[in-house]
Design a protein around this ligand. Structure first.
Ligand code: TYD
Length: 203
């Protein structure tokens, strides 16, 4: 379960921080410059994992925090084996909208499973497979609420609860303790954020 050809990049951050729009801009840039890449997301990225996504994010699913984490990890395992590793082996840039860091923050920290405990599971069960770069989008909880109010299709984490979003922000600060993490000011203009990302990746 090792790859040293492509580059694995993940986008992380609280709800409504603009990750998806930036991934779209990055994909346009890569296409224009003929750099091979694929875009994926979590939970999801494979047929099985997209089915699990529906169950995980369904407001009506009655699942415990542990069950949620195990489902996320099952989806992640499938995503790693079927999509991430094979594409890295082809030399592609693999971009994922969320990955293991989301579990450390949402299940580990916010839902109190434990950051270290969830990292240990990642090590034990998923071979400690980490991205080369992780962009963490920085935004205030007030701005998140403003943006969520404008959203039509809300998932179960799209709450208008200031305390919840503050915890998510705090969680990202807590886990970002290595060189692969790059904080991005998500309040800048779309174009400026895009330029910052390209500069950091040096592509
Ligand atoms: P999504 O609609 O993709 O939200 P966003 O646009 O904010 O990325 O839904 C993904 C949701 O799943 C998001 O609220 C965070 C949550 N999540 C976890 O709680 N743990 C995880 O490991 C992952 C990958 C996502």
């Amino acid at each position: 379960m090792k790859s040293n050809k492509g580059v694995f990049i993940t986008f992380e951050g609280p709800e409504a921080s603009g990750k998806s729009s930036q991934i779209l801009l990055l994909s346009k840039y890569l296409k224009k410059n003929k750099i091979p890449f694929i875009i994926s997301r979590e939970p999801g990225g494979t047929i099985l994992a997209e089915k699990l996504r529906k169950l995980i994010l369904d407001q009506k699913s009655k699942i415990s925090n542990l069950e949620e984490l195990l489902l996320l990890m099952a989806a992640r395992s499938n995503h790693i084996n079927e999509v991430i590793i094979p594409n890295l082996n082809k030399g592609k840039i693999v971009i994922s909208d969320r990955y293991a860091d989301s579990s450390f923050v949402y299940q580990g920290f916010v839902n109190k499973f434990g950051i270290e405990r969830s990292q240990k599971l990642h090590k034990e069960l998923l071979n400690n497979f980490y991205p080369n770069f992780t962009f963490i989008f920085k935004i205030s909880s007030n701005e998140i609420i403003k943006r969520i109010r404008k959203r039509k299709n809300k998932n179960k984490y799209d709450k208008t609860d200031l305390y919840f979003h503050r915890k998510v922000i705090k969680g990202y600060k807590k886990i970002a303790n290595s060189k692969r993490y790059i904080f991005i000011d998500a309040t800048l203009s779309m174009e400026k954020i895009h330029k910052n990302i390209i500069n950091k990746l040096n592509i």
